[in-house]
Design a protein around this ligand. Structure first.
Ligand SMILES: Cc1ncc(COP(=O)(O)O)c(C=O)c1O
Length: 458
């Protein structure tokens, strides 16, 4: 379709929605390192993961197939909000005074308000098909917990959520959303688990972390056969479910008559970033990209796993219950400062994203939250969407790109991964001038890194 001058919105018809997820593992020039068993330090097999996940998801985790079909019941639920909008931010461009063309893929139109339902729906579906009675999980921003609450309700499975204490206190309406969907929600650390009790014993006021909440959820799920655990980011299958976003964006950029010079996403565990970027990176690996492009991952300066972490095998949780993943890690005991971007407060990065950084396929930057909120505010004032604090990081990184002289006239595409309607405590803190930046906690990271397990590769 020819580009119409001034067109802002590039709506993809439902009939053009992706029917398959894209698995970047099929196209990697160098395979990613395997996940290791914490006891034997040998690569894990599907049976090792069976107490935690249903087999269809385990098989997706290790699959090398380029495309995996999206089951029809999942496609049907996706159609509540997908294809999601791709919009050119012309008012924002004007306010910035940039000649760069800034596009955003808007995932805030989903039921929970972010990209997280893209994986919650298939995870709930496969659990239902496999006979799971209850799914137990953690949530940082509350977005993932809300998404699984919605998906569990849709497929008729009980959901239990451990919500990181800082987020539980800051976002009572996230909890109310989950409870309305029939989900039970507990503040983490809690006194319901051994790991929770041990953390509270040392620090009764602990703000919690994703690493701790994961341990609590895993502890509860692993103990009962018909319960399973679900993770909202980091794992290969989760990143793969998110690729509906990038596949749609490729078609929508074609409708706009453009191809990105720079792709931007914020990174907590890495899933929204992967969702947008992996299908483009796959095109590059297969020699099908329309032109060379750069990929920028943006993380909080207070929790900078990609920019300051060590590339090593580490646990995915504080309580050392998960397998060992090779990732950029700040150490599994690292407790990030209680910034408002709760979804970005995770000590490690997805193995696939860490691997792509190691092989030079992406750039990473770390930003302070006040810069992110300033740019998020400008975006809200010009484009009318109040972003989630996590998404503010992507906006700020896109602005930095737009301001670079070499990007004059270039095309920047970022993932506006969620709205901030449940994040008004954060926005109020910003408006009242009480939002503060946290320095990189070097000494604490050094201490946490000294605790990573002794694996030969480390
Ligand atoms: C709106 C939003 N963006 C980003 C993230 C970070 O997660 P990921 O890196 O997996 O996209 C979260 C996590 O909860 C989130 O809620």
């Amino acid at each position: 379709m020819a580009q119409s001058q001034g067109q802002r919105h590039f709506p993809l018809p439902e009939a053009e929605a992706p029917t398959h997820w894209y698995n970047i593992q099929a196209d990697l020039p160098v395979p990613a390192p395997p996940v290791l068993h914490p006891g034997t330090k040998q690569p894990i097999g599907p049976d090792d993961l069976a107490p935690l996940f249903p087999m269809p998801l385990i098989l997706q985790e290790v699959s090398q197939e380029r495309y995996i079909e999206i089951p029809q019941p999942v496609q049907d639920v996706y159609r509540i909000w997908r294809p999601s909008p791709l919009i050119r931010a012309t008012f924002f461009e004007k306010a910035l005074g940039t000649t760069a063309k800034i596009f955003y893929k808007y995932e805030g139109v989903s039921p929970a308000g972010s990209h997280k339902p893209n994986t919650a729906v298939p995870q709930a579906y496969y659990n239902k098909e496999s006979g799971t009675k209850k799914i137990i999980t953690e949530t940082g921003a509350g977005q993932w917990g809300s998404s699984l609450a919605f998906a569990g309700q849709h497929f008729g499975i009980e959901v239990e959520v451990y919500q990181v204490r800082a987020s539980y206190d800051q976002k009572p309406y996230r909890r109310a959303y989950m409870e309305t969907m029939g989900t039970k929600c507990y503040a983490s650390p809690s006194d319901r688990t051994e790991i929770g009790k041990s953390i509270l014993e040392k620090d009764p006021k602990s703000p919690g972390s994703l690493g701790i909440a994961i341990s609590e959820a895993v502890e509860c799920a692993a103990g009962v056969e018909e319960n399973k655990y679900a993770l909202g980011s980091v794992l290969n299958h989760v990143l793969m479910h998110q690729t509906v976003t990038g596949q749609e964006a490729i078609k929508q950029m074609q409708m706009a008559g453009e191809y990105p010079d720079v792709l931007v996403g914020c990174t907590g565990g890495g899933s929204n970033f992967a969702g947008l970027c992996f299908p483009f990176i796959g095109q590059k690996f297969r020699g099908e990209a329309s032109k060379p492009f750069r990929v920028v991952a943006c993380e909080p300066a207070s929790c900078p796993s990609l920019t300051k972490g060590k590339y090593a095998y580490d646990f995915g949780d504080t309580g050392q219950m998960t397998p060992l993943i090779k990732s950029h890690t700040l150490g599994h005991t690292f407790m990030p400062p209680p910034t408002h971007a709760g979804g970005l407060r995770y000590h490690a990065m997805a193995p696939l994203i860490s691997h792509l950084q190691e092989i030079g396929e992406l750039e990473a930057i770390a930003l302070h939250q006040t810069e992110c909120f300033e740019m998020g505010e400008l975006f809200a004032k010009t484009e009318g969407i109040l972003p989630a604090p996590e998404a503010n990081h992507a906006i700020a990184a896109a602005v930095r790109e737009a301001k670079k002289p070499e990007n004059a006239g270039k095309v920047i595409l970022f993932n506006l991964c969620g709205h901030g309607h449940f994040d008004m405590t954060a926005w109020q803190a910003y408006s009242s001038g009480t939002l503060k930046d946290y320095d990189y906690p070097e000494a604490e990271v050094a201490m946490a890194l000294s605790g990573i397990p002794p694996v030969p590769d480390n």
